[in-house]
Design a protein around this ligand. Sequence first.
Ligand code: GLN
Length: 439
Amino acid sequence: MATGYNGYVTAERIEGADDGPLAGVTVAVKDNISTEGVRTTCGSAMLEDYVPPFDATVVERLERAGATIPGKTNMDEFGMGTTTETSAFGPVENPAAPGHVPGGSSGGSAAVVAAGDADLALGSDTGGSIRCPAAFCGVVGIKPTYGLVSRYGLVAYANSLEQIGPIAPTVEEAAELLAVIAGPDERDATTRMPPEQGGDGEDGGNGDGGDLEYASAADGDVTGLDIGIPTELVEGADERVTEVFRDAIAGLEDRGASTREVELPSVEYAVESYYVIAMSEASSNLARFDGVRYGQSGGYDGNWNETFAESRRKGFGDEVKRRVLLGTYALSAGYHDKYYAKAQDARAWIQQDFDEALSEADVLASPTMPVPPMELGESLSDPMTMYLADANTTPVNMANLPAISVPAGETDEGLPVGLQFVGPAWGERRIIRAGSALA
Ligand code: GLN
């Protein structure tokens, strides 16, 4: 299924079981999630011909639930980007805002759902990569609590931050897909049963989360919901965005929710510390792409250093090279304490701030992205501008919390704006209920 907007890298169908909760439903899968026998490129020339010999746990669960996978979706190279313009397979155009980026890094996943070329999709979110494209394409995206969804078979970018999650036209459909992929997996030791849902914390022995259920929370009822609005996440945003955000919040108040201002002073440092941690982890995770273990060969002529360097010169794009270099620098002896250790301190502080804010309110609300979708080609040449667009999404990954982005409306020029709800750890049902009042 070739799409004019370049949503799929590989359009090869994978059929699931004959019946199950997702029978007859198509679920597109981001191209950093392993599919047995179907190439998985991570949007990189390095892995142009890589065909995994196994399925990711989430893919196994999709197949067991009866879903059909229509293809693997385009993405920023190894998940590094906010616009899906760093893909080696070309940029994706936003079907909901032609001429603009779809957001990133799961831009292909959000675009195929927005265009109706898949019913649902999976993305991955390290610092916003599900929520940003959901917001820019006018669809729903959920970044689960760290540890709810197995990362087995997800090609790692920054493993302490990322989770796989659903993208869908409505909150209820996103919740149905979340239930299929969520729950403990013995192949990912960071997964666990949500304490509030499993009762005894057991999964019934089948390793698939037992009876996790989220869709019934999508009842649109926000009566009595106490919404905290962190001033820091609204103040810096583009006026076109805050206008739509304020209207959506007023609508929630009309339906019985109440709002209060809360403070998250530490988020001022979130983008900086996120990028130090993400790049440091990336420099380690991407070391396996050397043309010997994984990736295209550098051709051996007697010097392994040159062979590895040649493989990476050919295989990696500019953004990936920049991050591997910066991450290696941040971790090096002599600089480790100055950058990486400080970023970990900031991470602990951010977690504390969220704990406090969420003790005052049921959920936190902000614009998902501080800006509307950029025009294609507008931001790629200026990495700092691109990084700063992650101001509202990265703090949530630093705090390991669940968040949802739901369509809040459009700017006067017709550009989609997303509203983000953040909940306490394992509070997926709470953010799903809040989000379902809007979509
Ligand atoms: N834009 C962020 C980054 O480039 C987030 C990416 C992601 O969540 N994978 O790191």
